[in-house]
Design a protein around this ligand. Sequence first.
Ligand code: HAM
Length: 428
Amino acid sequence: MSTSSISSIRGMADYLPEACEILEQVETAIRDVTDIYGYRQIRTPIVEKTDLFSRSIGEATDIVEKEMYTFQDRNGDCLTLRPEATASCVRAGIQHGLLHNQTNRLWYLGPMFRYERPQKGRYRQFHQFGIEAFGWTGPDIDAEIISLGTRLWEVLGLEETNLEINYLGSGSSRLNYLKNLKKFLKSRSAELDDYSQNRLETNPLRVLDSKNVTTQKVLEDAPEILDYLDVTERRHFDKLLKYLELTSINYQVNTRLVRGLDYYTGAVYEWKSNYLGAQNAFCGGGRYDDLVAQLGGSDLPATGFACGMERLVDLYNQTKSIKKRSGDIYVVMLGTAAENVGYPLAETLRRANISTICNCGGGDIKKQLRRAGNSNMLIAIIIGEEEAANGQLTVKPLRSGDQQLTVAQNEIINVLRLQLERETSFFR
Ligand code: HAM
């Protein structure tokens, strides 16, 4: 049997304790903000039938063509690790009849999987926080969702978040635009990069998203989708922009903004940040009014966004609001009599909501205090033979540099509460 070590799968990261603590701070902000806006959580399985994604995201998209983790289970069913969760929310909503009652403002958080080329900000397992709302046709709900996102960035103290917005249109206006876009791109096809030449036939809108410099130059002369919107679409878009202005949300109209998934039918948007590098979009979404019917439900408008947690945490890490998390007490015990006092004391402290680690693995006082210093605890309680016999404890502050104190066992909780407040301000 091989004894070589096994590492994690490329593009799928471990979250070590410090990273988990930061992630939890972001997750707490998400829970608070979604709650304040009246959204309720939904959790769907990580694995779904492959059809769900190919029918919703679109056959001619990068995700469906080459990024899905698809496999057959033992029953021969074709399954896929979810690359996103909008389709799953729609599926669950139809299946459980959620969408027509009052449970139609939803949020979710969880792992997604895409077989992409890993780089900073782009992983094969990543996490999304998402919002989906079902049943409203007007731009009021889009504005509400955008305002929820904006509020979250504010709570997290993010410094630079640029909202770009566009309107894709649907039905005859989209068809008309696609016809003209295709005609234009064909007339300049020799100047397009290989990928765009390919997409020209299968999904011409995606060409607008090309990062290739020569293609981008060609696109400067391309027809603009906003010129093809019908009256209702134009009114919807203008009203949405008006709502954003009313709530002082800055935005920039970007007529080349298209999304990597095919289900969008109206307003689309992305938040980008220059602090992120090449993968600069950390949240994206928009309206997808046809998807519910397309997946077997009734005709029901829908809209939402999803935010990449890794990119969001990266931005949060660059703010000053990061709080490093500490624990409270490290109990140093020297000998059996000290242990007889220390273990019950630790339980008393934990019952009083004071987090406590008892020294494990023995050691002399020097060794135990070194371990205490290396832990993220704020105070050491030292129990030696003498303290155990006298009903006393030594309290040693680990961060402030304050003098150590001798405290009677029955006064310990009050003394610790005061000292912990002082130590916290020295923990960085
Ligand atoms: P998306 O633009 O494909 O949209 O993904 C949303 C966000 O997920 C991106 O802005 C990015 O931050 C993050 N993301 C995507 N792929 C990766 C990756 N490989 N590594 C790290 N982060 C990634 C959707 O998924 C739609 N379901 C959004 C939506 C919800 N539209 C309507 N409702």
